[in-house]
Design a protein around this ligand. Structure first.
Ligand SMILES: NC(=O)C1=CN([C@@H]2O[C@H](COP(=O)(O)OP(=O)(O)OC[C@H]3O[C@@H](n4cnc5c(N)ncnc54)[C@H](O)[C@@H]3O)[C@@H](O)[C@H]2O)[C@H](O)CC1
Ligand SMILES: [K+]
Length: 233
């Protein structure tokens, strides 16, 4: 019998997108629900790791404008409820946010006084300081959607995360900069303390050498019915 969660069960990003689409369009398990489960899974991981002792802990979600960033937005919303000092750094402008589900979650955090929001197309000194002073960093820059060379502001954000000496860094789905299919590094990559990946293990996370970027990897089921895998796996 093949071991679930190991290399044998790992899937590609294309397979993941097909499963997601089958779940969304075929079964009606909508993407915003998947994102909610992903974000709650991240929050649950952090509350478990810190034994719910999050009062006044500085948590910074560094988010791109794709759905990896959207997962980060959901996570900070949950974590704000535990008394953490939560911030979102959006690498881009709110009008660049791509999907409906990520826009929906941006609209919510925008209305929360308990979440500080910083956005822009450059990593300013203030943003760098914010990242360096964090106790916990959620890396939501790139997930399965990564393509092409990494430039600023993403490159500087990855550098700032890697410079942090004290923060616990949790990679959302994939450490940003790691190819989810091959495990090769684009130009730079987040060095995470742990990674939480969704639905199934991704091939790139179990390649030789990936572990130094991923840390231990947890696979989190996000409510996509197993039936959505029919015809894909
Ligand atoms: N089924 C699931 O597992 C779910 C996963 N979720 C999360 O969604 C991401 C994938 O989201 P997507 O929007 O497709 O891609 P990314 O967020 O990874 O990509 C961001 C965005 O950035 C663009 N881009 C790619 N490479 C670069 C680059 N080098 N420089 C600048 N910009 C770049 C790209 O075009 C994208 O638009 C997955 O990892 C999960 O975290 C969902 O929440 C729900 C279900
Ligand atoms: K990521």
């Amino acid at each position: 019998m093949k071991k679930k969660g190991g290399a044998a069960a790992a899937i590609t990003s294309d397979q993941m997108y097909s499963i997601e689409e089958n779940g969304h369009s075929g079964i009606g398990m909508r993407r915003f629900l998947m994102m909610e489960n992903a974000g709650h899974g991240i929050s649950d991981f952090i509350t478990g790791k810190f034994k719910q002792q999050l009062k006044n802990k500085k948590i910074v979600a560094v988010c791109g404008t794709g759905n990896n960033g959207g997962d980060g937005l959901v996570a900070v919303r949950h974590l704000a409820g535990y008394g953490a000092k939560t911030s979102v750094v959006l690498l881009g402008s709110p009008s660049d946010i791509k999907s409906e589900e990520a826009k929906l979650n941006w609209g919510i955090v925008e209305k929360m006084d308990s979440v500080e929001i910083i956005f822009g197309k450059e990593v300013s000194d203030a943003v760098r300081k914010k990242i360096l002073s964090a106790d916990i960093i959620l890396d939501g820059i790139f997930g399965t959607g990564i393509k092409r060379e990494i430039k600023d502001p993403h490159a500087s954000a990855i550098d700032a995360i890697n410079k942090s000496k004290k923060a616990y860094v949790l990679a959302i789905d994939v450490p940003s900069g790691l190819d989810p299919n091959t495990g090769s590094v684009y130009d730079k990559v987040v060095r995470a303390d742990a990674t939480i990946t969704f639905h199934r293990m991704k091939k790139g996370l179990v390649t030789k050498g990936a572990r130094k970027y991923t840390g231990p990897v947890r696979v989190e089921w996000i409510g996509i019915p197993p039936e959505a895998e029919r015809g894909v796996l």
